[in-house]
Design a protein around this ligand. Structure first.
Ligand code: ADP
Length: 278
């Protein structure tokens, strides 16, 4: 502004007027920086398993005959695990970029009992193997929510998957869904459905509780961390935001964690509103 005033004063005689366009590009710059950071992180994360796979295959190819049968099997086993890890990474990156590029998803009536039961069926065997009790507590006559079935299924899968990873034998993982009274943006009392996934696992240090929702963040020195991609909770946060809500976390080290969010109750006129019909 100072510079413009000086220019204006200098040419006052000849200037009839000034038209000025000021554009705040801070957000754009930040988004671009976040994007480059993401691409650089993705490349780094993809390179590690690729490098490992290449090394194991190369060793087998060049020196396979000098190795024992047991060593050869061990190398193939590791290369196979690294391929699985690469697949998980690529799938997660694709999911996340799909979520980020499409601004809106069509939300419809979802009976939460269905994706919850499907999640339990998928993970029950894994839970039994680990000696963890995996259960659900769904309020009877729970109203349908305004949601996206497949995306909600993914939220449950990611949260339950994490809980099972970070809970020891003898622990419990529970999915809950119940109605609560909440205030909407115009301060009216409305009913919402609260969804919780809680575990009696390792818990998360208060100083990491914010960061775990960031892409690729994984708490250091944890067993099992190799299984993860560090993208699961970013995907969860993104999906919950697509439902116009936020994920919260209550966690205490050694006691366990509860991830929770609220969903809107489905009303018959929701579909009309989405179609732009008042
Ligand atoms: P990952 O694929 O590594 O699980 P996430 O984004 O899902 O990636 O989680 C990020 C990190 O947050 C995990 O690596 C772990 O350190 C921590 N975390 C997530 N869920 C839990 C949980 N239920 N209990 C303890 N730690 C958790």
């Amino acid at each position: 502004r100072i510079l413009l005033t000086q220019v204006f004063d200098q040419y006052r005689e000849n200037i009839k007027g000034i038209a000025m366009t000021v554009q705040d590009i801070t957000r754009e710059v930040e988004l671009n920086e976040a994007k480059s950071q993401f691409i650089s992180n993705v490349s780094h994360e993809l390179r590690t398993p690729l490098f490992n796979i290449k090394s194991f295959i190369e060793t087998l190819y060049e020196y396979g005959e000098d190795l024992s049968e047991e060593e050869r099997r061990e190398f193939l086993h590791t290369a196979n695990n690294e391929t699985d890890r690469l697949t998980r990474l690529v799938n997660d990156v694709l999911d996340l970029s799909r979520l980020e590029s499409s601004k809106t998803y069509k939300l419809e009536a979802v009976e939460l009992a269905r994706p919850i039961e499907q999640t339990l069926r998928t993970y029950q065997l894994n839970a039994k193997d680990k000696g963890i009790e995996l259960t659900q507590e769904i309020e009877s006559e729970l109203p349908s929510v305004l949601g996206h079935y497949d995306l909600l299924l993914q939220v449950f899968a990611n949260l339950v998957g994490n809980s099972l990873k970070f809970t020891a034998e003898g622990g419990r993982v529970t999915i809950r869904a119940y109605t609560i009274e909440s205030e909407n943006s115009v301060r009216e009392e409305v009913q919402k459905v609260r969804v919780e996934v809680s575990d009696t696992g390792t818990g998360i240090d208060p100083e990491d509780q914010q960061a775990i929702f960031e892409r690729f963040f994984r708490v250091e020195n944890r067993v099992h961390t190799l299984e993860g991609t560090g993208l699961g909770l970013s995907i969860v946060r993104n999906i919950v935001e697509k439902h116009h809500s936020r994920v919260h976390l209550i966690s205490e080290v050694s006691l366990g964690s509860t991830f929770w969010f609220d969903l809107e109750v489905y009303k018959d006129d929701d579909l009309l509103a989405q179609a732009g019909i008042p």
